[in-house]
Design a protein. Structure first.
Lengths: 384, 84
């Protein structure tokens, strides 16, 4: 479909969605209708099947053997809150990087008021973490290490396997924030040393907003963030122990999860490898175009092999908000400016407090979109 | 017509039923058995059965042995087996 704009904000939420996602949401609302886990009639059972199939599809996509360990949430913020608040107790120490999103730093700030100690390990100017620095930060009471798989500011992919090995050797739980990688970068949780993985459903996973996931490896015990009805279970006051019910109290977002399940099926068919290849061609085209423009500074690793498809930049002497506004207003190009809910990351790369403009090509962009974007930025930079 | 017979027989809430701990496991069991062409049907759980899942799964007696060994092979734990 021809659209009167170029959407380059897929790191915030992917747009458009595959047609199958729209159809699955419509079907869930129009035809299925029932509440999963409640009642025994056909519509409730059909809703159960939607949730089950979505869970299975996502598990196939992420290499998860036991699908009962995949929890549906309202988004990655809830997933990260559940993982962090579910495991840490007073007196515990947690190590994070300086590239983390507010959905990691804010829950931890709150816990730091309750005697949880937080160490932020500084990354280099390109946003890359040195695994040795994690080792140096570990203390006797370190309970958790949290690391973004790829920063939403720089797109730099972090050495999660190395950090995971460090954590595993010491019996420390390792949580990965995969918001910018799930669906666009191959992840096989059976083969990498990650204990918990949180992701949004509506970014690279191509599902609707209001969906998220948390994978919890067997042996990791969390306290639930919310407690309540799980449907048809025993009528006592105790939250069930069995997963996924333990962490899914309340009526589920069936239409959203239906869409997410269809999105996962779409990605399984396309393959994540092919999605990555396509996105990275667009990214390289964008990077090469922008670094050739006088006055433009780009941030993050210069090695496309260590990046996801997002590029933050600034034009010397111009406020990034103004650049983003002009791209929208004059050129119909949709970007995101500011601090991207990750002030520590901007401090790390030297763009705090102004922030930067972020462009994030996605599955549905084409090379012509990137050509037009480069030409627009060239014109804005020239007119300074 | 054995297929029609089994479908007819599955309609009644009498016979052998399997109970699983969660709705997720019930769905997994149903999907696993259907993939293996073993006909099953879900029913609401009677009040006396305590489990987190509110559904029970009817399996024909002639398929019970195969169904149980397939579920065991797939690591799907049966919480209880009951006759109604």
């Amino acid at each position: 479909m021809d659209r009167p704009f170029i959407y380059l904000d897929n790191a915030a939420t992917s747009f458009p969605k595959p047609e199958a996602v729209l159809k699955a949401v419509d079907h869930a609302l129009r035809v299925v209708g029932g509440s999963p886990g409640r009642s025994g009639h056909r519509l409730a059972i059909n809703a159960d099947k939607i949730i089950f199939e979505a869970r299975e599809n996502i598990c196939r996509l992420l290499g998860i053997a036991d699908s009962s360990r995949l929890i549906f949430t309202s988004g990655a913020t809830e997933s990260l809150n559940l993982a962090i608040k579910g495991i840490l107790e007073s007196g515990d120490h947690v190590v994070i990087s300086s590239m983390e999103h507010s959905s990691v730093t804010r829950p931890l700030h709150s816990l730091s008021q309750k005697a949880v100690e937080v160490t932020k390990v500084k990354c280099d100017k390109k946003g890359l973490l040195a695994p040795d620095d994690i080792t140096k930060a570990i203390k006797k009471n370190t309970r958790l290490i949290v690391l973004t798989h790829a920063s939403n500011v720089t797109g730099t992919i972090q050495p999660v396997c190395e950090v995971g090995k460090i954590a595993r050797e010491r019996g420390i739980t390792f949580l990965v924030d995969a918001c910018q990688t799930a669906g666009v970068f191959p992840i096989d949780l059976e083969s990498i040393p990650v204990d918990m993985l949180a992701a949004s459903g509506h970014k690279g996973l191509l599902g609707p907003q209001g969906t998220g996931i948390l994978y919890i490896r067997p042996g990791i015990n969390l306290s639930p963030l919310k407690e309540g009805g799980t449907g048809r279970g025993p009528s006592d006051d105790k939250q069930p122990e069995a997963l996924p019910d333990r962490f899914e109290a309340g009526t589920m977002n069936t239409p959203g999860i239906a869409g997410l399940g269809a999105a996962a099926a779409f990605l399984l068919e396309q393959t994540v490898e092919a999605v990555r290849q396509k996105e990275m061609l667009l990214y390289k085209q964008l990077l090469e175009g922008l670094i050739a423009i006088e006055g433009v500074t780009t941030y993050g690793s210069s090695d496309p092999g260590k990046k996801v498809s997002l590029l933050s930049f600034n034009i010397e002497g111009l406020d990034p908000s103004l650049v983003s506004f002009r791209l929208d207003e004059e050129f119909d190009i949709l970007s995101r400016s500011g601090l991207h809910c990750a002030p520590d990351a901007h401090k790390t790369v030297g763009t705090f407090p102004e922030g930067a403009v972020r462009l994030s090509p996605g599955f549905y962009n084409i090379p012509g979109d990137i050509d037009k974007t480069i030409a627009a930025i060239h014109r804005i930079a020239k007119e300074r | 017509m054995p297929v029609k017979d089994s479908r007819e027989s599955l309609k009644t809430m009498e016979g052998t039923f399997l109970v699983f701990e969660t709705t997720h496991l019930t769905m997994k069991a149903e999907s696993t058995l259907k993939e293996a062409d073993i006909p099953v049907r879900l029913f609401p759980k009677p009040r006396k059965i305590i489990s987190e899942c509110g559904l029970i799964m009817k399996v024909l007696d002639s398929d019970l042995g195969t169904a149980k060994s397939l579920l065991k092979e797939k690591g799907i734990e049966i919480k209880a087996e009951l006759q109604l």
